[in-house]
Design a protein around this ligand. Structure first.
Ligand SMILES: NC(=O)c1ccc[n+]([C@@H]2O[C@H](COP(=O)([O-])OP(=O)(O)OC[C@H]3O[C@@H](n4cnc5c(N)ncnc54)[C@H](OP(=O)(O)O)[C@@H]3O)[C@@H](O)[C@H]2O)c1
Length: 321
């Protein structure tokens, strides 16, 4: 009797875990036929995680793919792997540190001088729940890298992207944007700092930026998309693991249930490739479908105010850029 109960319990747990795993894997973008020959794609943070998996997929479709990474050794290893796996030799590596306005300006200058076109920009790089660190220019690290770095980068590349229209700008956000609010009174997080709150703020800023950008680009043929990629087993949790033993244990079990990086890249690929999205702009996606973001993410006053503040913080339009 005891044996039977044990067997039934084990089978039920296994079936439950298999169902949970299937659910967590999310939706796969089943279009593998659309080609990107002749298109140039730029992906930030493409040496690992979902950025690298996105690069592999788009390289398979024939795109010229620029991997914008802060560590050129890691970028070279990733590029060699992508070339081997896809047979596409048109994989370029360039140094970009989104925690440095100087690095962003040098990078954008190089792209503008040497690339004839830029069809798809994917603002993918991110940092999550780090200690209270500051960027080279004194911004709180998560807001600085995840939002301000991509804000400046996109704006500096905008003429080239417009020249390449129809073109797309994709910004990888997170479901955690729903927990965020833009703390205009303490945007440098000097009065208080909470790693989770700051990450959520930066991911809310990603959705607001994408929506505001869509409005400003109306009629140009450039469309924008933001997205939640799912819960994925990547290196993004590198700073969490230092936090607590309980979290460490949960993460080591949970990594077998959540999305693989390849599964996590599906919505980014969908936004980059899906032809029916050509007429859409400023919207938010998850699991290869449009979703409604949080109330604050839809607030036009907040997105406009954040744009103006971001311009001031990165020194855009003041003659320094
Ligand atoms: N994983 C998830 O469950 C999840 C969920 C929701 C949203 N997201 C979002 O998905 C995106 C990709 O994350 P991931 O999960 O693939 O994480 P990941 O494996 O940690 O990859 C992040 C990438 O960003 C790069 N990066 C970090 N700081 C940078 C900087 N200052 N300058 C340039 N590049 C920098 C990293 O470079 P290094 O390798 O040199 O550090 C790495 O290439 C992020 O925007 C993240 O917020 C992820």
């Amino acid at each position: 009797m005891m044996f039977k109960v044990t067997v039934v319990s084990v089978v039920l747990i296994a079936v439950g875990l298999a169902c949970l795993r299937r659910h967590m894997a999310g939706v796969r973008y089943n279009n593998t036929t659309t080609r990107l020959d002749g298109k140039t794609v730029l992906i930030t943070g493409a040496n690992t995680g979902i950025g690298k998996e996105t690069a592999i997929d788009l390289a398979k479709r024939g795109a010229r793919v620029i991997l914008a990474c802060r560590d050129l050794d890691k970028a070279k290893t990733a590029a060699d792997d992508i070339k081997n796996r896809t047979g596409n030799e048109n994989i370029i590596i360039k140094r970009l540190d989104l925690a440095s306005l100087k690095s962003i300006k040098i990078f954008a200058g190089d792209i503008n001088a040497n690339e004839k076109k830029l069809d798809i920009l994917i603002n993918n790089a991110g940092i999550m729940r780090c200690p209270y660190w500051k960027t080279e220019n004194g911004f709180e690290m998560q807001f600085g890298v995840n939002h301000l770095g991509h804000f400046l980068l996109t704006n500096l590349l905008l003429d080239l992207i417009k020249k390449s229209a129809p073109s797309r700008i994709i910004t990888v956000s997170s479901l955690l944007h729903e927990k965020g609010t833009i703390n205009f009174d303490d945007i440098y997080s000097e009065k208080s700092y909470h790693p989770e709150t700051s990450y959520s703020q930066s991911k809310l800023a990603n959705v607001l930026f994408s929506r505001e950008l869509a409005k400003r680009l109306e009629g140009t043929g450039v469309t924008t998309y933001s997205l939640h990629p799912g819960l994925i087993n990547t290196e993004l949790k590198r700073h969490w693991e230092k936090e607590s033993m309980v979290l460490k244990i949960l993460l080591s079990i949970g990594k077998y249930l959540v999305k693989t990086p390849e599964e996590g890249a599906q919505t980014t690929i969908y936004c980059a490739v899906e032809e029916t999205l050509t007429s859409e702009s400023g919207k938010y996606y998850s699991d290869c479908a449009e979703k409604t973001p949080s109330k604050e993410a839809l607030d036009d006053d907040v997105s406009n105010k954040l744009w103006t503040l971001s311009e001031q913080m990165v020194g855009l339009n003041n003659g320094n850029t």
